[in-house]
Design a binder for this molecule. Sequence first.
Ligand code: MN
Length: 248
Amino acid sequence: MNILISNDDGIYAPGIKSLAEALSKFHDVVVVAPDRDQSATSHSLTLYRPLRVKKVKPNFYSMDGTPTDCINLAVNGILKKKPDLVISGINQGPNLGDDITYSGTVSAAIEGTLLGISSFAVSIAAREQFNFDSASEFAVHLAEMVLENGLPPDTFLNVNVPNLPKEEIKGIAITQQGKRIYEDLVFKKLDPRGEEYYWIGGGEAKWEKENGTDFEAIENNKISITPLHLDLTNYKALKIIKNWNLSF
Ligand code: MN
């Protein structure tokens, strides 16, 4: 099958190399990925400057754009045939709970979904010393399942894998998106010229304890698979706001 791979850590990140190598044993793989780290660029699309594509090696293309640009341009401009599957990753770092709204990794899968292609994102739920073997092996397995069964309409998968050897992973949990508690600090410092600057982040990730979430699965050393969709409508709130009987 034809598989398109991207990420948000950039084309030279070890995670995308591991994923592409694992999948290439069984499929025709093309990599189109940002030429540098584009983490936390969310679902942004570049509209006001040209995009340049560079062939790094056979079937590997880098682009001076976002993960969303990569999928969009690959499907609509570079590839001769629409891919059967889009996989984004393997991200160096978790994409759990509300954090996924910032994620470039997840957004590449969103773009694939918008273009009508089965898509999933894979991340390693750790901050350092990444071991991509388990996640790559699982991605190959999941790719087979998705290619065989397809995904339900308007659905894509957000996969987080513990940073553990295969034999230490305690199984797979199909999960719901958890809720992150944001206590991240903003650091205010002085640069060498005495000017103030700010730096976002640095806090420890905390989340609301709830059964069945992506956070819980990772805490229990399980692979988390969260089926997501793009309809952001809050159906409970829809009824409540209708009851306001707004008029104008
Ligand atoms: Mn990233």
